[in-house]
Design a protein around this ligand. Structure first.
Ligand code: 5CA
Ligand code: ZN
Length: 407
């Protein structure tokens, strides 16, 4: 699939001794160093299911991983970034049916809108932007491999994964059996289906159903389960033990647990990712913002209403990526005020030391992507007088490169 255009990232003076880059890993429950041994950091972030427009929760999650990408780039690393589009799945078919639309048209329209939203927000694009439909063969290939390895079995014409085949199953989320069962039922699993070896076993391949789209494969006509899509796309582009698997915290279980289990059973190797990083849920009116709840604030609507994307970006970065948080209209107002204050501060002939601010920004962002601390550091710089005549240029570059905001 076509990705979206990148905005240039200004080069900053190299840090003499860069701080270790640490992010919270859900699997260990601890901060993990995510600086790769080689020159390239490898990142997989779960992309959208394109049946509706990008809401602020999605945007916040992609901004979290954009902040991580910018930390890697600041260390002189290359970033190999893969993001998927779940462009065939039940919610998409249900929405198209409800609205009397062609599901392909819905997916294309919403994916195009997502690209525009990401471009406007200056989110750096993945090199590999991959739709499930275009990856159908490689996904089916992984399902075949799992069957051959004895890690999958048929229930009628459908194929299921046996969680018992993955020795590390359960260690991504660390959840107990009851929690797993409840979340499986809530998030697309089918624990009630008869004939499964374990109620948690997830679908790998759904045999063709009348009136639904299906694709030919060695397994017969059908379409893939959700988790195996991300497992195949990540393994085939990033290999095993890539640096970070990312997404919102609603994906910890079953999605990331199952993708990792598929990969382990298919390759015999562990870990799938060295760190599993999850962004908190953005909510509105006390509830998680979600398509099914219908309590959404869309990035595209705000853009149409004339909101500057840089202000929206600052509004979203004002909360810590890991915190579940509420969106209020005033959050946006604060982002607008901050952007204006920073712009007038860089228009001053001199200010406090730009080098010191850069060091503060790097320290904050290296410590689990602490954007609230980074924003507070720029606020202090902007509110203080100083005699460094080169500060404005450096601060402009630093805010652009590290926070993605053009002043
Ligand atoms: N296509 C799958 C992943 S393979 C999916 O979850 N799609 S999604 O459109 O529902 O979500 C896209 C991304 O936004 C995921 O990483 C998801 O975890 C994240 N996300 C969804 N809702 C929220 C929310 N309210 N706050 C923060 N992140 C969210
Ligand atoms: Zn995914």
């Amino acid at each position: 699939m076509q990705s979206w255009p990148a905005t240039a990232v200004p080069a900053l003076p190299r840090a003499a001794a860069p701080a270790p880059l640490r992010v919270h890993d859900s699997s260990s429950g601890e901060l993990r160093d995510v600086v790769p041994a080689g020159p390239t950091a490898r990142l997989y972030v779960c992309g959208i299911t394109p049946y509706d427009a990008t809401h602020l929760g999605h945007a916040a999650t992609y901004l979290a991983f954009d902040t991580l990408t910018r930390q890697w780039l600041d260390r002189g690393l290359e970033v190999e970034y893969v993001q998927n589009v779940t462009d065939i799945d039940d919610p998409l078919l249900e929405r198209a049916l409800r609205d009397g639309e062609d599901w392909v048209a819905v997916a294309e329209r919403e994916t195009a809108l997502f690209r525009q939203d990401m471009t406007a927000l200056r989110v750096l694009p993945p090199q590999h932007y991959v739709g499930a439909v275009e990856a159908m063969d490689e996904i089916a290939e992984l399902v075949v491999r799992l069957l051959e390895a004895g890690a999958a079995y048929r229930v009628e014409d459908d194929v299921y994964f046996s969680v018992a085949a993955a020795p590390h199953f359960g260690t991504v989320s660390g959840y107990d059996a009851a929690t797993m069962l409840a979340l499986s039922a809530e998030r697309g699993g089918d624990p009630q289906r008869a004939g499964k070896k374990d109620p948690l076993d997830p679908l790998l391949w759904l045999a063709a159903r009348p009136g639904e789209p299906s694709w030919p494969s060695p397994l017969g006509r059908g379409r893939p389960g959700w988790h195996v899509e991300c497992a195949a796309m990540a393994l085939n582009r990033l290999g095993e033990a890539f640096d970070v698997q990312g997404g919102g915290s609603d994906l910890v279980f079953p999605h990331h647990e199952m993708s990792a289990a598929h990969a382990e059973a298919g390759t015999g190797s562990w870990p799938f990712a060295r760190a599993y990083v999850h962004a908190g849920m953005v909510g509105l009116d006390g509830e998680k913002m979600s398509k099914s709840r219908g309590n959404l604030v869309f990035v595209s609507r705000l853009r149409e209403a004339g909101v500057e994307p840089g202000a929206l970006r600052l509004a979203l970065l004002s909360g810590h990526y890991r915190a579940d948080r509420e969106w209020f209209p005033r959050t946006l107002g604060e982002g607008e005020q901050r952007l204006a204050a920073w712009r007038s501060a860089v228009a001053r002939p001199s200010g406090p030391s730009g080098q010191s601010l850069l060091a503060e920004l790097r320290a904050a962002l290296s410590a689990d992507l602490d954007t609230p601390a980074a924003l507070a550091a720029v606020d202090r710089w902007a509110a203080t007088d100083g005699d460094d005549a080169s500060a404005a240029g450096l601060v402009r570059d630093a805010v652009d490169a590290l926070l993605g905001v053009a002043l």
